[in-house]
Design a binder for this molecule. Structure first.
Ligand code: ATP
Length: 297
């Protein structure tokens, strides 16, 4: 099956700034992807490359099996809402829908009109008189009514209050369920996205630190508790570590079960996802040699 997104060794340089480096990611179709990373990690750069708005400096990228951007048929398959949820200040809500219909051959007017009605937006209201949350919903409506196979949303909930955030994410979930689309949402905070994402790509300092289905990420990481200076189990990579005088607690990555009897091994669940992401994000990825313990690898 064709991947929704496939990048190999992707890099983007702006002058002296390496915004994205050696980024290799495969996202299967039908996933809701959380693209998570701190400020300046390269999230917007990656999304703009996927949308065909930026050309990479190195590497290759394929979106729905073709190079991004370029041909109109390819552009019609991808919806993109940029970070500042762009709308046209002096155009009304209904102008936006007319504009969308004019520019997009696959425009779904029924979907657009139904969403505007359900959101309680006044079709005659100018975009610059809408609240931030309403503007975000309008931009999302226009992107959804294109009926894209891939929807790219750059920090869509950053400026929304908790209620608007819930409504917005609910709309995204509904769209995914109804149209079998792939969605990528970026955020600084995994807590924003963990309710709806089944796949994560974690960018930090322009590199992909970890990527995969949430279920696989959780099952390939373990929390170990044991005597300080116990050996790190063979085949495990230490993601984070904490120590008291007598005890060490590690989060390790290991695809095989950890069978070392010197450690109590706990599996991770969805509640641990944020801590796991934070450990990677803070580049707390610890080399076993730095640990106050013997490494058996
Ligand atoms: N047009 C540009 N010219 C020069 N440098 C840029 C440009 N756009 C982005 N950068 C730099 O590239 C790096 C990655 O920026 P990018 O906007 O992709 O990160 P981000 O993860 O989306 O950040 P944020 O979460 O703050 O939006 C940053 O160091 C940024 O300063």
């Amino acid at each position: 099956m064709t991947a929704a997104i496939e990048t190999v060794g992707l890099g983007k340089r702006y002058g002296r700034v390496q915004a994205l480096d050696d980024c290799t990611v495969t996202v299967p179709t039908g996933r809701v992807v959380g693209l998570v990373g701190p400020n300046g990690a390269g999230k917007s750069t990656l999304l703009q490359i996927l949308a065909g708005l930026l050309t990479p400096t190195t590497g290759s990228v394929s979106v729905l099996g073709s190079p991004p951007g370029g041909r109109p048929e390819q552009l019609a398959r991808v919806g993109f809402v940029a970070q500042d949820t762009p709308t046209y200040a002096t155009l009304t809500v209904s102008d936006h829908l007319r504009f969308g219909a004019h520019l997009n051959p696959g425009w779904d007017q029924a979907l657009a009109a139904d969403r505007i009605k359900r959101l309680g937006l006044d079709p005659a209201q100018r975009a610059d008189r809408l609240s931030g949350g309403q503007r975000a919903q309008l931009a999302l409506t226009v992107a959804m009514a294109k009926r894209p196979e891939l929807l790219l949303l750059d920090e869509p909930v950053a400026s929304l209050d908790p209620l608007a955030r819930r409504d917005f994410l609910g709309s995204v979930m509904e769209f995914v369920a109804d149209h079998d689309a792939t969605v990528v949402l970026s955020s600084h905070v995994v807590a924003d996205l963990e309710r709806i994402c089944d796949h994560l790509v974690l960018l930090s300092a322009s590199h992909v630190q970890v990527a995969g289905d949430v279920e696989d990420l959780l099952s390939s990481h373990h929390r170990l508790t044991g005597r300080r200076r116990s050996s790190v189990p063979a085949g495990s990579d230490v993601v984070s570590s904490g120590h008291t005088d007598r005890q060490s607690t590690l989060v390790v990555r290991s695809t095989a079960p950890v069978l070392d009897p010197t450690w109590i091994v706990d599996s991770l669940d969805l509640e641990d996802l944020e801590d796991l992401v934070l450990a990677y994000m803070s580049q707390d990825v610890v080399d076993a040699h730095d640990l106050p313990m013997e490494a058996t690898r």
